[in-house]
Write a protein of this length. Sequence first.
Length: 221
Amino acid sequence: MSGSGRTRRAVALVATMVAVALGVGAQSATASPAPSSSGSGNAIDQGQLGFVPVPAADARKAGIAVADPEVFYLKDGRDFRCLDADRDTANGNGTKVQLWDCQYGAKLQMWRVKVHWTGAGQQYRVISNIETGRCLDGDTSYIGNGGKVQLWDCQPGADAQAWWTLPNTSNLYNHHSGKCLDADAATSGQNGTKIHVWNCEAGTPVGQTWFYSFANYQLPS
């Protein structure tokens, strides 16, 4: 995500986007080079953001294991593989994100989906990986079709880490690039399917359809 010297400016959120609740997942093996550059892009105004309450966390009692209600596997609509943080590049910013056979219990495939509210009553999601603690990020060095999706240190308000759901769809729309999270058709059907951003397509094709599967990730007792 963003370099330390990058200036971030406040931007207005798109008033016509209304988010709908979804549901998600990821694990890996292929190494990839670190990105040449990356940035968080613009900042979403934090002054009017709120958070969806987490009743299970509020109700947690000492000694009783409670599943985190915000943690999911995220599966694509074509192959039903899990969104996966590549273990070979998981030690720093720029971690490769791909599709991999679902391995339930693997934290590289678990994602915390936190809903944020805007002052206009709309909502978007910030999606962070349980294993690395980093956020799903659209690389700002290139925002055209095929733009890189990676993990980067979470930066509150960064629009490259804000993901919307368009009305009546199951897609995830990146605020900075204006494009959808997309599983590359050319590399589909196998582990290591490339994940990038692409123009959002009418009817939500299977490569842009995402399903959430509850991970049953246990909160500390």
